[in-house]
Write a new protein. Structure first.
Length: 343
């Protein structure tokens, strides 16, 4: 392990430790274990279907992003997507975001830069969908007479600005493609010719990866799939709240599941330990405490929900890596493309 990777790992562990202390310092361990023992795991088992369903929808959306370049069957894309998320669960620094374009390129002969572009657009689409769900949840709070902490408004504004700027940048690249290339060439002219030419080719491939946003039909399809991804994940949290008998009032439970989903997915963007351990639990407990759920019960729901998602995705990812005859290090480096091509 290099010094850089070691420092990244130690930093992520420190972030995780801080968030776990924030999340769990008021949790009663005996009550937590009791809550985990008495949960209805028949209901919780349905959460597995939600996890698989949400990632199948993610795959269908990724297929749409790639459609202008190549039509790829969902069953060929699914292992690539799962391996990427599994690597994020297992290794620090979110290496799955970079390994996924390598797997895609090796299997389908697609430019790595183009593949990375689709993943960036995917993340922006996720952010916009999450903001939409957050706004829906905030509107739903009014008839429920729930007083939201000021931090929620701050989160909503910051996330809206972040993803708004990202969206504006992508739109500029699409609408003013030649101008964007000209500006880029102006700044790269000071670099050695070979490096500048390579960077310009990479930007060209990146823009090609955005071409799925040029078709109104594809835009609506991507938007619909993005909303479906997060609706299914919200259903997972609704099921888990039901399994732990939290929030017996169904409307409260429905709004809480959406709010929980949004905060968790914004929280795991923080560079913590693999799998978002720490920020995930802190975000879930914060979301549920807003609805009056005590910290111990909220921690039970958070830990069980996280475990279901983590075990399913990591397990499937390791299976696909094993089937490719690769080690974890090889899968994350993207250097052994021969093995990937055979899967």
């Amino acid at each position: 392990m290099t010094i850089r990777r070691l420092l990244t790992f130690l930093f992520s562990l420190a972030i995780t430790a801080i968030f776990l202390v924030i999340a769990l310092y008021r949790v009663d361990l005996n009550q937590l274990l009791g809550s985990l023992k008495t949960a209805d795991y028949r209901l919780a088992a349905l959460g597995i279907l939600c996890v698989v369903g949400s990632y199948m929808l993610r795959t269908a959306r990724w297929q749409r992003f790639l459609r202008p370049t190549k039509q790829i069957p969902i069953l060929r894309l699914f292992p690539v997507l799962i391996v990427g998320f599994a690597l994020n669960n297992l290794l620090p620094g979110r290496p799955g975001e970079f390994a996924r374009p390598y797997w895609l390129g090796a299997r389908e002969n697609i430019s790595k830069t183009l593949g990375l572009a689709t993943i960036i657009v995917e993340r922006v689409a996720d952010g916009i969908a999450l903001i939409a769900f957050l706004l829906i949840a905030l509107v739903a709070f009014t008839p429920l007479h729930i007083d939201l902490p000021p931090a929620v408004e701050t989160i909503a504004i910051a996330a809206s600005i972040l993803f708004g700027v990202a969206l504006a940048g992508l739109v500029f690249l699409l609408v003013r493609e030649q101008l964007a290339l000209s500006i880029f060439k102006f700044f790269t002219r000071f670099l050695p010719h070979k490096i500048a030419a390579k960077l310009e080719r990479m930007l060209g491939s990146f823009i090609v990866g955005l071409h799925s946003l040029k078709s109104a039909r594809d835009i609506f399809g991507i938007a619909g799939l993005s909303l479906a991804v997060w609706l299914v994940e919200s259903t997972l949290y609704f099921i888990m709240l039901s399994a732990f008998s939290a929030l017996p009032n169904v409307p409260d439970r429905a709004v809480a599941s959406v709010f929980m989903m949004v905060l968790i997915n914004l929280g795991v963007m923080i560079p913590a330990a693999p799998g978002g351990v720490g920020p995930y639990e802190a975000a879930a407990i914060f979301a549920l405490s807003t609805f009056g759920v005590n910290e111990t019960l909220a921690a039970s729901v958070a830990l069980a929900s996280h475990a279901i998602s983590y075990i399913m995705i990591t397990g499937m990812g390791l299976f696909f890596i094993w089937r490719a005859g690769m080690s974890l290090a090889q899968a994350s480096s993207g250097e052994t493309e021969t093995e990937i091509e055979r899967t």
